[in-house]
Design a protein around this ligand. Structure first.
Ligand SMILES: Cc1cc2nc3c(=O)[nH]c(=O)nc-3n(C[C@H](O)[C@H](O)[C@H](O)COP(=O)(O)O)c2cc1C
Length: 179
């Protein structure tokens, strides 16, 4: 989406949502895996983003149609009996059909020297986003990605050691390189 007026409107909606979410981050405080300094940098980066979202030359909104669940009566008894589990399952995996594509967009942008980032705060006011872009009610938005050439340093990213992100065989069981 490149229209300047619509980008401005989306920026305003995003800001309203991000103001709320930032209060939650502030009340939660610095998470245990982060230094206070890093947490403050994260909050400052977020604040810059929500002040300037509307300035990004392009805003990409990945969308997905809601899949309709067949009525319980249309299903064999063994499945109908587990209907609620299937509803919960479908709800939990909803984003899995689109976030891999979002990640690929992030990587493609980086490969082209473009900056982008995944944001989702606008979903708190999704109806307003829908109204601006005339998105039908059965289509959900999953991210709002500002795209543009970065103004500042665009250095290499850091990767955590595997042992900080992975357990071996059982939850809580430390990963070692010899596992
Ligand atoms: C699912 C998901 C949703 C996110 N939503 C937001 C968001 O709405 N606003 C925001 O400032 N950062 C959001 N982030 C964090 C940003 O994507 C990004 O990691 C953060 O702005 C730090 O930027 P950097 O990774 O380039 O340092 C989200 C991250 C994920 C994984």
């Amino acid at each position: 989406m490149r229209d300047a007026e619509k980008r401005r409107q989306l920026g305003t909606i995003y800001r309203k949502a991000a103001d709320e979410v930032s209060e939650i981050y502030a009340a939660r405080g610095c998470p245990p895996h982060m230094t206070e300094d890093k947490f403050q940098r994260l909050m400052a980066a977020g604040a810059h983003l929500w002040a300037h979202m509307g300035d990004a030359p392009v805003i990409l909104i990945p969308c997905l149609a809601r899949r309709v669940m067949p009525p319980r009566e249309a299903l064999p008894k063994a499945v109908a009996d587990r209907y609620d589990a299937h509803l919960a399952y479908q709800e939990q995996i909803r984003g899995a059909s689109i976030y891999p594509a979002v990640q690929n967009i992030v990587l493609a942008c980086r490969g082209l020297g473009l900056g982008t980032v995944i944001t989702t705060n606008h979903i708190l006011y999704e109806d307003e986003v829908r109204a601006v872009l005339r998105i039908p009610a059965d289509i959900a938005t999953f991210a709002l990605m500002p795209l543009g050439f970065p103004r500042g340093k665009y250095g290499p990213v850091v990767r955590k050691p595997l042992a900080e992100a992975v357990f071996a065989d059982t939850w809580g069981n430390a990963w070692t390189d010899t596992v």
